[in-house]
Design a protein around this ligand. Sequence first.
Ligand code: CA2
Length: 151
Amino acid sequence: MRNRIHILNGPNLNLLGKREPEIYGARTLADIEADCIALGRDLGLDVALFQSNHEGGIVDQIHDARETAAGIIINPAAYTHTSVAILDALNMFDGPVIEVHISQVHKRESFRHHSYVSLRADAVIAGCGTQGYRLALHRIASLITGTDVTG
Ligand code: CA2
């Protein structure tokens, strides 16, 4: 619990690496999962990755994290821009929350410029590609264990 981080991913992110590589890169969600688990080990974090195509599934994962995780990294995908339910669930979580977007949402359509989740997130990373998950892990390690040496 103390060093456990849940990385939550929203709808369609199960198709990463299989479509639109010019926007979302060539790496699959399984690649990202393996990479984040390995980096987490180096940072002293026990990392678990989840994905759901359903709003309620993500809400359930956030509720689960209340009992089992010290921090949440979340890419809510399209629900970023629509979901008060996910915002409300995150507001019931006590630890740090970092929001990640693979693409630079502010360079895209205006409906992607607003995020409900940002009202709760302690940090937001956008436009760093799938490296954003690694950056989020470094930051959350600083917040939780104080072990990140990258500053
Ligand atoms: O840039 C991001 O990470 C987004 O959260 C991705 C969402 C989009 O709705 C947000 O505005 C920004 C879309 C995820 C779609 O996932 C795909 C995966 C593979 C191929 C195509 C789309």
